[in-house]
Ligand binder design. Sequence first.
Ligand SMILES: Nc1ncnc2c1ncn2[C@@H]1O[C@H](COP(=O)(O)OP(=O)(O)OP(=O)(O)O)[C@@H](O)[C@H]1O
Ligand SMILES: [Mg+2]
Length: 306
Amino acid sequence: MTLTEIIETFKTRFNSSKIMDSLEKVASFNSESDSGSGEKDSEVYLENNPYVNSSGSYVKSPGISRITRDEREPLIKLTNVWKIYQMGEVEFAALKGIDLEIYEGEFLVVLGPSGSGKSTLMNLLGCLDIPSEGTVYLNSEDISELDESELARIRGQMIGFIFQSFNLIPTLSTEENVLLPLEFQEENREAARKKASYLLDIVGLSNKKKNLPSQLSGGQRQRVAIARSLAVNPPIILADEPTGNLDTKTGDYILKFLDGLHEREGKTIIIVTHDLDLVKYATRVVYIRDGEIEKIEERRKNGTEE
Ligand SMILES: Nc1ncnc2c1ncn2[C@@H]1O[C@H](COP(=O)(O)OP(=O)(O)OP(=O)(O)O)[C@@H](O)[C@H]1O
Ligand SMILES: [Mg+2]
């Protein structure tokens, strides 16, 4: 191990313990703990949470209580979706006739090996791309019928993305990257800064606010991307390998946090990953291989297959 690796390991561990600490505080204000000092800590934390109102309830995303009119209607529906990439003369089918319905409030894990089409699928679910064939419906609307400005509005208000490649803006600091999605909302600067500060605390990066992405480790960039995805408090979170660059403890922390958002706020969480360990958070698991759905498994949360 080189000195840099040792320092990096130390830094990661240090941040993990801070993260665990934050998680316990987040978890404790939801529990009915009556232990003296813990309660005090959680009250402080509660006061500082800009997503919670004065009576301690979570503030739902502005104007969005329910997206679908009827819970039996899928939030996202794919019918016979193909994605064909053209490379010169050669065509490659990354998705081959995907049929999938995703309902509001699900915690869906799409599991598949490298190259199976997960990121391709995520781009379609997040309205970042349109299929070569077949239809993607978001709340019963065919996304290929919407123009780019409507799609951008939907993405900005409704979907928090955690990309596999982070997609941070290299010239903006950690704090500015998290503030970016809030710039498009009518919100005063001070309120936005409070949110960014809270989220950076949650992911254990309060001490890196002024750093540029190039001055962060891979796992730290991942955590900035996670904080940014939560900034506008979107009802849908789409994550591509959210734990890919994190050590087990930090990864567990982030997943527990997302799980909390699912449980408390009924957010729809969709994660694409090759990490079998994430299945335990899922209400449903979609197994994908070579661009096709192999099987779909209903699950009891944190439990076994139904
Ligand atoms: N823009 C593109 N042009 C051509 N082929 C592509 C393009 N993007 C992806 N592919 C191919 O499509 C297939 C699916 O890619 P995708 O990125 O969706 O896989 P993945 O499941 O996310 O893999 P990983 O776990 O490694 O991230 C791969 O074989 C890949 O090489
Ligand atoms: Mg991928």
